[in-house]
Design a protein around this ligand. Structure first.
Ligand code: ADP
Ligand code: MG
Length: 896
């Protein structure tokens, strides 16, 4: 049976052996139109997602069981079992239940963290550029089906196996597949040889391989597991989750904390036994205390807090690809940002055209084809000297297309190219005017070359080259000048004039592009390396790309936060300067450096002045690496943006690599740790703010949890030292641990930033967990919590020596209330009175529900024997609240 689109199995010929027309026939598609949405739906149903089968997940049971593997929890369970056998059934069961509930909480936290990480993966999934229903659109690579026509560009990962039907200098790197890291040149013609290996099928593009140069179009012939990559997918290694620096620091710290907690616990047990308490009871109390006081769950809560923060960042249009970036963001001291598209709108509009020593003004705004050309305020018509030719050439040497969606024009492709199409449409030029010309070869634009060329053949089969690009790149390559209808030698005097025109445009913040041509004879080789010379200079375009509205304020906020913003652009230095001053980015004595100056400097020389540099102009992606290194050498934590394939090394080398969600290539996205969904500079600022906040929130709950634990241990220790009865029984200790640690700590992780987060200097990345007074805060608050609990116990017990349960209930309640009040103290680095306690509604809710649970175990009779509690009076509560609030109120005044 040879039907449908599964030709490989039955047809003798392989995809690489077929002509494009044959493939079109097999797959029921036309390259110029693409599939219809009906075909797409049907194929998706039939063949499913274009994805490699997901790796196996850890089973839910395992995650649940993992919560109990902790050594102390096992000891506790064993001790409980012994207690049960000795007849203390109620205690034993109560402890079991609490341990189980604790396990559930751990389980849910881990699940939550896992889910949000999954969601992240989805969000940063690669996109594909496909032609469907005759329209180019960007879709998730997952939705690509067999028969789709896809466009691939340098920096893309090829979304599926494709047969190349058009290639412009197309090169791919297939090491993921073949192990060969040298790029392979691709072309579009059929190969007749039999049994070729993947690496020799040079008219095929394979899923997951990288486009390193050029561009092309392909027809999808295999998706998902039916690709070459799919066949070896099982061999691929799963990526492990690497712990963030903070998680690592905490894991280290955890070991010390465990040791200290164990030591103190042993001390408590030993003292208790010495004072004549029964051994097994002290043992159970000791183990409970150890379980409660050891912050074994800290790294897990940190992960939860990080991933909750990550979700908040998503809402602000920043996707974190590496969890560690959340932490590093808070340390950023320099942001190196692309100008075009990140600080500006990337909405180019040609405002001026210079030709024949005249500057024409172009009216009309944005992607709107209405507008005209004026000379000294008077409109000129399309016959005006070489205007029509220049605009036509601009449209031919072009990679974008103008599309209509819901009655509105939009540009598919590079906005710079789009602007040239709009400019041509304004005098009524259309693609159809270009039909007499055939583009037979293209040398694509890239930021290193700063130019793009096409070879065009006219109706009489005469060939010529059109080149457009940065004027300072084109001028040295021009030998002639088009002066009205004459071609003549370009003299130094002409060059001066042109440079004057460039300066004038650039000073108005216009981006400048020059255009030129060169007739080719039929003998001229089409070898692109030698073509772009001896050009005939035609004219200049000056296009505006307005700064984004939010950026100026964002730069100012960064400045207040001790973060320097640096603009990086391939544009003319004057254009860069003009935009920089519009954004208030360049201080009076700030420096502007150009690419050619950077070339002549060593990293060391650059280091000496880099703190004064605010703008880098006419740079290529290679310069970015030098810039990152120099800043890092100066001790900065550098955030660097990029979009093109060549930006990847700099992004990787920076501390926070940032890529563009809309215009970014897959390569840069993969190298980055943060993706801006809206390509917007202001989003970087928002992410930094969030990053700082997350770190502060983590500090908040570390402080809260540890101070609580210090309090718990100390009250037991002091009681034993003073030869008193146990102020808390094991169930109570475990209950305190469960109720106060769980929800309130999580709620602290959701806290809003303090007003001054963006008024402080960036955090030193080397600072320890207890830096900036956190250690003192923990010890001092914890100490007081322990003391007030002990006082409450002593006062009650002294007056009722034969009612130990009463004294223990008061101690238990005081400890819980002191912690629940103290949680509000943790929200501020300064004083509890600085913040509105009701601002964090999660926290209010968490505290209220903890109080409710407390009331239940005190007042609900069936639970009283289990928790060793008794009902309290109003007077007791006055004592409890008075003492319980003391640690927080006291330090609220001293502000230490
Ligand atoms: P940026 O960093 O501002 O995006 P680029 O490196 O992309 O700068 O562009 C540098 C210069 O190259 C521009 O000032 C312009 O003169 C020229 N240029 C930009 N885009 C194109 C294009 N699509 N075709 C030809 N030249 C271009
Ligand atoms: Mg660019």
């Amino acid at each position: 049976m040879c039907s449908g689109i599964h030709v490989e199995e039955c047809d003798v010929k392989k995809w690489y052996q077929l002509d494009v027309e044959q493939i079109e026939q097999k797959l029921y598609v036309t390259t110029s139109k693409g599939l219809s949405s009906k075909q797409v739906d049907q194929r998706r149903k039939q063949y499913g997602d274009n994805a490699l089968e997901a790796e196996k997940k850890t089973s839910k049971w395992l995650i649940f069981l993992k919560q109990f593997q902790d050594f102390m929890v096992l000891v506790l369970l064993a001790a409980t079992l012994i207690a049960g056998m000795l007849g203390e059934f109620i205690d034993a069961i109560a402890i079991m239940v609490i341990v189980l509930v604790n396990g559930f909480i751990g389980y849910f936290q881990e699940q939550k963290a896992e889910k949000s990480l999954d969601k992240l993966k989805e969000l940063s999934a690669p996109m594909a550029h496909v032609l469907r229903d005759q329209r180019w659109e960007k879709i998730s690579s997952r939705d690509v089906v067999v028969g789709d026509i896809v466009k691939i560009n340098s920096g893309d990962r090829i979304p599926a196996d494709v047969r190349i039907v058009k290639a412009n200098n197309l090169e791919t790197e297939e090491s993921a597949l073949t192990g060969e890291s040298l790029p392979v040149m691709k072309h579009a013609t059929a190969i007749s040889k039999e049994n070729l290996d993947a690496q020799d099928q040079v008219n095929m593009g394979f899923m997951g391989t990288l486009v390193t140069r050029g561009s092309g179009v392909g027809i999808v012939v295999g998706t998902g597991m039916n690709t070459v990559m799919g066949q070896i997918a099982s061999l691929m290694v799963n990526t492990k989750k690497v712990p963030t620096p903070l998680e690592r620091k905490l894991a280290e710290l955890g070991k010390i904390l465990i040791a200290v907690a164990l030591l103190l616990t042993v001390l408590v047990v030993a003292l208790g036994v010495l004072q004549g308490h029964p051994v097994y009871r002290m043992f159970l109390a000791g183990v409970s205390l150890a379980v409660a006081a050891i912050p074994e769950g800290l790294p897990a809560i940190v992960t939860v807090a990080l991933s909750l923060g990550v979700q908040r960042m998503i809402r602000k249009k920043a996707i974190v690809r590496k969890l560690s970036a959340v932490e590093t963001l808070g340390c950023a001291s320099v942001i190196c940002s692309d100008k075009t598209g990140t600080m500006t709108e990337n909405q180019m509009t040609v405002k001026e055209v210079y030709l024949n020593d005249q500057t024409l003004h172009v009216t009309g705004d944005g992607y709107n084809i209405i507008g005209d050309y004026q000379l000294n305020g008077r409109p000129v018509d399309r016959e005006h000297s070489n205007l029509e030719m220049m605009l036509l050439y601009g449209m031919l040497c072009n990679n974008a297309s103008l599309q209509v969606k819901k009655g509105k024009y939009y540009v598919d492709g590079d906005p710079t190219d789009g602007a040239l199409i709009i400019a041509a449409r304004k005098i009524g030029l259309n693609v159809s005017n270009g039909e007499d010309f055939k583009v037979i070869k293209e040398i694509p634009f890239d930021s290193d070359r700063k130019r793009m060329s096409v070879i065009v053949e006219d109706a009489n089969e005469r060939r010529f080259l059109i080149t457009k690009g940065a004027p300072d790149v084109l001028l040295p390559r021009s030998t002639y000048l088009l002066d009205n209808d004459q071609r003549r030698i370009l003299k130094p005097k002409d060059e001066e004039k042109i440079e004057g025109a460039i300066d004038q445009m650039a000073e108005k913040a216009l981006r400048t592009i020059a255009i030129g041509m060169r007739p080719l004879s039929s003998e001229d080789s089409l070898d692109t390396a030698f073509l772009e010379k001896d050009l005939t200079f035609i004219g200049l375009y000056g296009m505006i790309d307005p700064p984004r509205k939010e950026v100026k304020k964002a730069i100012e906020e960064c400045r207040q936060a001790g973060i320097k913003t640096v603009m990086i652009t391939g544009d003319h230095v004057k254009t860069a300067r003009a935009i920089a001053s519009k954004l208030n980015l360049l201080p009076e004595n700030g420096l502007v450096l150009e690419g050619h100056q950077l070339n002549q400097m060593s990293v060391e020389e650059l280091e000496d002045i880099i703190d004064d540099v605010y703008v880098f102009a006419r740079v290529t992606p290679e310069h970015k690496l030098k810039i990152v290194k120099a800043f890092q050498e100066r001790g900065h934590v550098v955030a660097m943006t990029g979009d093109g394939v060549n930006d990847a090394p700099a992004i990787k080398a920076s501390d926070i690599g940032i890529s563009m969600g809309i215009t970014g290539t897959d390569v840069t996205k993969e190298a980055s740790s943060l993706v801006l969904m809206d390509d917007n500079f202001a989003t970087i600022k928002a992410a930094i703010k969030e990053g700082r906040n997350i770190y502060e929130n983590i500090r908040k709950f570390i402080r809260y949890l540890l101070a609580s634990n210090v309090g718990e241990i100390l009250v037991m220790l002091f009681a034993m030292l003073l030869a008193m009865p146990l102020p808390l029984v094991p169930v109570q200790i475990l209950w305190v641990n469960l109720v106060t640690d769980g929800l309130p700590a999580m709620a602290l992780g959701m806290d809003k930033p303090e007003n001054d987060v963006m008024k402080k200097k960036p955090r030193n990345p080397k600072e320890g967990v207890f830096a900036r007074g956190l250690g003192w805060k923990i010890v001092s608050r914890g100490f007081l919590i322990g003391i007030v609990t002990l006082i409450a116990f002593m006062l009650t017990y002294q007056n009722n020596p034969d009612n130990l349960v009463y004294g223990q209930t008061v101690a238990f309640t005081t400890l819980v209330m002191a912690q629940l009040i103290h949680v509000f103290d943790c929200r501020s680095e300064n004083s509890v009175f600085d913040r509105n306690p009701f601002e964090n509604i999660y926290l209010v809710f968490a505290v209220l529900s903890s109080i409710l649970l407390l009331l239940v175990v005190i007042y609900w009779e069936p639970l009283q024997p289990i928790f060793h509690t008794t009902a309290l009076s109003l007077r007791d509560w006055m004592l409890i609240l008075g003492l319980g609030s003391l640690p927080t109120v006291l330090f609220g005044f001293t502000k230490r």
